[in-house]
Design a protein around this ligand. Structure first.
Ligand code: NAD
Length: 341
């Protein structure tokens, strides 16, 4: 290990199945020897109930800024009471400029693609998501797509940095610059500038429509992908689908000095409290977090245990056609940690 000291990490147990899957994940990290001091913080359901319409107390935001790292379970968004999504509040308060979603096929999990191992980096603040829409009258509506040079450069640079740190070889920049000549034209230009600075890493550009087709036909040829908010939103679900679905996908939201790791799925209120939820997506988020903290040994051991348990296919939760409970699945992973050594 690179560090003998304990890492401080904010844990948000979250709503619905959140507490069940986070308990399972904490137990597995502990068994894998990861030395982590969890700083438990609130966000989501309980906070809304207390009347805080943002869903995120100031102490939670401060704790994440202080620790720099958080593991977040899904947060429920109350419907129709004027509250905002606690997830959106967190992203805004922490100014997370990029969402990074690694996608890897797992042996034993049925997926449309045989082999995928890629990382998709999506701009996370601006573009069509700034929420500025206008009624121009006479049945005509408009939405503003806003892209800044600064954020575009930050995400392109982040993509090449991630490629370098993960020893990946190729970065694809995706836009629609044939139609959106100014906004997406700027994306292409900045992507090329960052590519020219990144020695030893290959790069190429694709239009988003062609990229969608190639991702389905030859997903194994992609390595790192970087794109703006809307295209990234759509393509990241496509790539997650290629590798077996949203239920197994993890992501990290990156800001300056903060990294918030999470499962892509929601709080699954339909199965909450039954002890049947699949903790794999949050566990994969925790593995990314361990790598981020430099705890590569524990990360590698958990990856190996996951591969072993899914490869054998005996212990699975109900969403994957099995009958194991959350805690039975977690026990199988802990037991596999020893065998996988
Ligand atoms: P969901 O992902 O919670 O559930 C969709 C379906 O997948 C459900 O049938 C659920 O049982 C199943 N599922 C999801 N995760 C599972 C797991 N780990 N194991 C087994 N089955 C699982 O999506 P939804 O129902 O649209 O949203 C529910 C709540 O979650 C909403 O309040 C929504 O706002 C919130 N949400 C939060 C996040 C987040 O915190 N990042 C993301 C998406 C949705």
């Amino acid at each position: 290990e690179t560090s003998e000291r304990h890492a401080n990490v904010v844990l948000i147990p979250g709503d619905g199945i959140g507490p069940e899957i986070s308990d399972a994940v904490i137990g597995i990290l502990d068994a894998a020897g990861a030395r982590i001091d969890w700083v438990r913080c609130e966000a989501g359901g309980e906070v809304f109930k207390r009347g805080d319409a943002s869903g995120v107390p100031a102490e939670t935001v401060e704790a994440i800024r202080r620790c720099g790292v958080a593991l977040k379970s899904p947060l429920a968004t109350p419907l129709g009471r004027g509250e905002r999504s606690a997830n959106v509040t967190l992203r805004e308060k922490l100014k997370t400029f990029a969402a990074v979603r690694p996608v890897r096929t797992l042996a034993g999990i049925r997926s449309p693609a045989a082999h995928v191992d890629l990382v998709l980096i999506r701009e996370n603040y601006e573009d069509l998501y700034i929420g500025m829409e206008y009624d121009l009258g006479e049945g005509v509506l408009a939405a503003l797509k806003v892209n800044s040079e600064r954020n575009t450069r930050t995400i392109c640079r982040t993509a090449f940095d991630i490629a370098r740190s993960q020893r990946r070889r190729h970065v694809t920049g995706i836009s629609k610059s044939n139609i959106l000549k100014k906004t997406d034209g700027m994306f292409d230009r900045i992507f090329d500038e960052e590519a020219a600075r990144a020695h030893g890493i290959e790069s190429g550009k694709l239009l988003v429509d062609a990229a969608a087709c190639r991702l389905v036909q030859t997903p194994e040829r992609f390595d790192v992908i970087v794109t703006s908010n809307l295209y990234g939103d759509i393509l990241s679900d496509l790539t997650a689908g290629l590798a077996g679905g949203l239920g197994l996908a993890a992501s990290v939201n990156l800001g300056r000095g903060v990294a918030m790791f999470e499962a892509v799925h929601g709080s699954a209120p339909d199965i909450a409290g039954r002890g049947t939820a699949n903790p794999t997506a949050l566990l994969r988020a925790a593995v990314l977090m361990l790598d981020h903290l430099g705890l590569h040994d524990a990360a590698g051991r958990i990856e190996a245990a996951l591969a072993l348990v899914f490869g054998e296919g005996r212990v699975r939760t109900a969403d994957l056609g099995g009958s194991a409970s959350t805690s039975e699945f977690a026990r199988a992973i802990v037991e596999a940690l020893e065998r996988a050594e």
